[in-house]
Design a protein around this ligand. Structure first.
Ligand code: ATP
Ligand code: MG
Length: 405
């Protein structure tokens, strides 16, 4: 079916009262960015809905991109025709012809904002319903929970027909909730945390700690590749790489083994907080899940969280690993996350980290280091790149990923 436009419904955004205009403006910007590769589209953000005129562009390709934009409840590809009964009948039958093999029951739902049109909504429902039953005798009309609904809207500028409502990504337009730093490792959990942050409208910048020569270029590339997987939800994401080798070596040298992990994590969080402040971000997100590993017990969180007063938000805190993995598979980060490249934390991980570190001890051991100088040098070595969804950092396609596993 050659559709002429896509009708986008806003979802949660419609309930936001006076912020509505800002929300719609932001969504319009995000949709425009997501659809940048289709130059013929025209986007009309209205108060209740957004209309995207296709001007000949393939609707399937556009819809695949739209699915990833937060703030959209659902959308329908539709056809706009002249306000003429013969054309209406012909189009309704053509649309149902595509659906008929896949469904058993249907209904016609007509709305009319042009009250001068020759037939009213009941008459149109009956006329089109009968016509469809004549053409497709295996179908049945059903008013409650039909398999498909043919929606007909008679407006001033034409009649719009649609038969499909496709679920959007939900959530809030990215950017409406402000900016935060996401601590991104190469693992399964933090990309999922980033996805969930964006879903609530938070713009994120990635903070990634790497420790050459203990970690390889490939491990760094993997974190960037994960960032590229999340980029379609926003267009582009800033990737901030922070050199962490010196801090890890110093910590390893001076801190008793049981507190290596805690003190390292305190430095990571402190650096993320420093970057947040510099870059006007309001919070830090990470991929911690309560009780998953030694550094993620509540006692550990107390001992680590101590270094900042910024909100540290942990979207996957209460999820089981299986639940996190399910989301990782849905957003297609899982296969990358399980690539076996070394991580800066695993390399310096003590064999027996304390599961219940004490805050006073963590502070005491840390005081043995020249923290400020270490921080300053790490921050001086920060490198920021802009990551796009099409960027390929690992130079891999699916088959090479498979061969590494
Ligand atoms: P993930 O799957 O996200 O790596 P994990 O279960 O492996 O999580 P940890 O390695 O203990 O857990 O890390 C906990 C969190 O700390 C991560 O989710 C991430 O937010 C942050 N983190 C760990 N390593 C790094 C790193 N190298 N750079 C940035 N953040 C990191
Ligand atoms: Mg990890």
């Amino acid at each position: 079916m050659q559709y002429t436009e896509i009708t986008v419904r806003y979802g949660e955004l419609s309930t936001k009262g006076k912020n509505r205009r800002e929300f719609i403006g932001r969504l319009n910007g995000n949709v425009t960015k997501a659809l940048r590769e289709f130059p013929d589209l025209r986007i009309y953000p209205k108060r209740d809905r957004m209309h995207i005129a296709l001007n000949g562009t393939n609707s399937d390709q556009v819809m695949a991109k739209l699915r990833q934009v937060f703030g959209i409840q659902n959308f329908s590809p539709s056809i706009c025709i002249r306000k003429d009964l013969a054309t209406l009948k012909e189009t309704a039958v053509a649309m149902m012809a595509e659906l008929a093999p896949k469904i058993k029951t249907f209904k016609v739902n007509t709305r009319r904002s042009d009250h001068n049109f020759e037939l009213d909504t009941n008459q149109l429902n009956l006329l089109l319903g009968d016509l469809i039953l004549d053409h497709f005798p295996d179908l049945e009309a059903k008013m409650k929970f039909p398999d498909a609904t043919l929606r007909v809207e008679v407006r001033q500028d034409g009649i719009y027909l649609s038969s499909e409502t496709i679920l959007g990504a939900g959530g809030l337009p990215v950017g409406t909730a402000g900016k935060a730093m996401l601590m991104l490792s190469g693992g399964i959990d933090s990309p999922v945390a980033g996805y969930l942050a964006m879903k609530r409208g938070v713009e994120i910048e990635m903070v990634h700690f790497f420790s050459p020569p203990y970690t390889s270029e490939r491990a760094l590339a993997k974190a960037k590749a994960l960032t590229a997987k999340l980029a379609p939800y926003v267009g582009t994401i800033k990737f901030i790489e922070v050199p962490f080798t010196e801090i890890q070596e110093e910590v390893k040298r001076r801190v008793p083994e049981g507190y290596l992990m805690t003190v390292q994590r305190r430095f990571m969080l402190r650096l993320a907080a420093a970057l947040a402040e510099k870059r006007q971000a309001l919070a830090i997100f990470n991929g911690e899940s309560v009780g998953q590993v030694a550094s993620q017990t509540l006692e550990s969180m107390v001992a680590i969280n101590d270094v900042t007063t910024l909100p540290v938000i942990r979207p996957v805190a209460t999820m089981d690993k299986n639940e996190i993995i399910k989301i990782a598979e849905n957003i297609d980060t899982f296969d990358l996350s399980i690539l076996p490249f070394e991580d800066c934390c695993t390399i310096f991980a003590p064999p027996r980290p304390k599961t219940k570190p004490r805050l006073d001890k963590a502070r005491f051991y840390e005081a043995q280091l020249d923290g400020e100088a270490l921080m300053a040098r790490a921050l001086a070595g920060v490198k920021i790149t802009e990551v796009h969804s099409a960027d390929d950092f690992l130079n891999t396609d699916e088959s090479t990923i498979q061969s590494v596993l």
